[in-house]
Every structure is written in structure tokens, then in C-alpha cells.
Design a binder for this molecule. Structure first.
Ligand SMILES: *[C@@H]1O[C@H](CO)[C@@H](O)[C@H](O)[C@H]1NC(C)=O
Ligand SMILES: *[C@@H]1O[C@H](CO)[C@@H](O)[C@H](O)[C@H]1NC(C)=O
Ligand SMILES: *[C@@H]1O[C@H](CO)[C@@H](O)[C@H](O)[C@H]1NC(C)=O
Length: 222
């Protein structure tokens, strides 16, 4: 049987470029007051999106940075030209007087999973191409994100399940951000901390000079 190997990249979005077709982002300022700790607001994209996004992430802050109000934002409904949020004041459980609030948002088309404070997202799960670890990392950066690092078993399961559900069929090799050091037998994340060192494919991690020091996920989806 002939096997074809594809490489895909798992991307963790951190910064969002505003002119990508599949992800967009922006800021929207509104004057808002609330007699209670929670209120609803409509946030307008003010740009033309190719379709209704599948996922929107948003945060809210006082436009005046010297104000110490803190808000949590919950997305209630995603629409074509805007999205509806619930803004909750969390520094104290009260309302607030009229204030300029800036909502920073990013939108995604495609299957997104949120794990803790990370957004897991493939730029395009149907776009399979053969990339080495370096070009995969560049591809992520060009799309405003990073290769994902797996911290522990719980995160491994989330990332693996996400990849398995998002990629429709076939073999996939997915680069992760971490590297493997054969001498010390350690997995190191991009931030320098130790990463998850388990669930290896039989025979891996590779030992001996010339073996790759990058880590990846290998999937076979039926
Ligand atoms: C606000 O969001 C943070 C981070 O997601 C969470 O830990 C916290 O419990 C939330 N606060 C409230 C009052 O919902
Ligand atoms: C692996 O770790 C050893 C010992 O700390 C270090 O000398 C070596 O440079 C590391 N190799 C890589 C590829 O980082
Ligand atoms: C990589 O590691 C494997 C398994 O330990 C070993 O058989 C192989 O010779 C190594 N490859 C190179 C190029 O050193």
C-alpha cells in the first residue's frame, strides 16, 4: 500500500491580521452604562466579512487606560454584520456610569476550539501541503498565529481530538511548536518550559544523529 504523507499545521491564534480571508479582527468603541453588573451590547464589525464567522472572541476594556474597570465578555449571537455580547463587570459586582468601552474582537471561519486561553484553529483544514517544521512555523506566523505547544496530557487529548474532528480523512502529520532534545530526553516548548513527553508513536522519539528534533502529531483518520 502506498501511503501519502501530508503535513498540516495546528495554529494557536494570538494576533489577528485584519485582512485575512478566514480570520478578521478589529476594535469597536461604544458609550455604555449599566445599572447592573451585566448588560448586552451589539458590536459591529465595520468591515465586509466573506460569510458569517463560525467563532468570535472578544474582550472589553475602558477606552481610558487609567480606569481600572474589568469586564468579561460572553458572545451571545454571531450575525452577518455584527455580534451580540454580554458584558459583565468583574472588578466589582455593580453597574457603571456612561463610559467609553473598547471591544477588541477576532473572528474565525472554520472549526475552532478554545482550550484555556488558547484558540486552536487550522487556517484551512482542507489545505494540505508538505511543509517542514520551519516552513510550517512561518506559515502560522504569516496567518497571525503560532504552532501549538502541548503542555500536558489533558491538552494533548484536546488538541488530538480537535485535529481528528477537523481533518476529514487520511493521514496527517501535524507540526507542534515544541522541540525534542535527544541528549537530555526532554521536550521543550517554544517558551522554554518543559512540554508534554508522552503518547509517542512506537519507535519515537527518534534517537541518533540526523534525527529530527521537532515534535508533531501523527493522525490516521478513517
Ligand atoms: C471572568 O473571566 C475569567 C477568565 O475567563 C474567569 O476566570 C472569571 O471567573 C470570570 N468572572 C466572572 C465573574 O464570570
Ligand atoms: C540538548 O541538550 C544538551 C545538554 O543541555 C545541549 O548541549 C544541546 O545543545 C541540546 N541540543 C539541542 C539541539 O538543543
Ligand atoms: C534516527 O533514529 C532511529 C531510531 O533510533 C535510528 O534507527 C536511525 O538510524 C536514526 N537516523 C539517523 C539519520 O541517525
Amino acid at each position: 500500500m502506498k501511503c501519502i504523507w501530508f503535513l498540516l499545521v495546528v495554529e494557536v491564534m494570538s494576533v489577528v491580521d485584519s485582512h485575512r480571508p478566514l480570520t478578521n479582527g478589529g476594535s469597536f468603541e461604544l458609550a455604555l452604562f449599566s445599572s447592573k453588573a451585566k448588560t448586552q451590547a451589539e458590536i459591529v464589525y465595520r468591515m465586509c466579512l466573506p460569510k458569517v464567522p463560525d467563532f468570535v472572541h472578544a474582550t472589553a476594556r475602558p477606552s481610558n487606560p487609567s480606569l481600572s474597570y474589568k469586564f468579561n465578555v460572553t458572545i451571545l449571537e454571531i450575525m452577518r454584520g455584527s455580534f451580540l455580547v454580554e458584558i459583565e463587570r468583574v472588578d466589582q459586582a455593580t453597574g457603571w456610569d456612561t463610559m467609553l468601552i473598547t471591544v477588541d474582537w477576532s473572528s474565525y471561519i472554520g472549526n475552532v476550539v478554545v482550550y484555556q486561553n488558547l484558540i486552536l484553529w487550522f487556517p484551512d483544514a482542507a489545505d494540505r501541503r508538505i511543509l517542514n517544521a520551519y516552513t510550517a512555523s512561518q506559515y502560522c506566523n504569516d496567518n497571525g498565529g503560532q504552532l501549538v505547544d502541548i503542555v500536558d496530557k489533558a491538552m494533548y487529548d484536546v488538541v488530538y481530538d480537535y485535529c481528528q474532528q477537523t481533518i476529514e480523512f487520511g493521514w496527517a502529520r501535524i507540526w507542534l511548536g515544541s522541540s525534542y532534545n535527544q541528549t537530555t530526553d526532554t521536550v521543550t516548548q517554544r517558551n522554554g518550559k518543559l512540554g508534554y513527553h508522552g503518547d509517542w508513536y512506537p519507535g519515537f522519539p527518534g534517537r541518533g544523529s540526523g534525527n529530527q528534533t521537532y515534535t508533531g502529531l501523527l493522525l490516521y483518520i478513517k
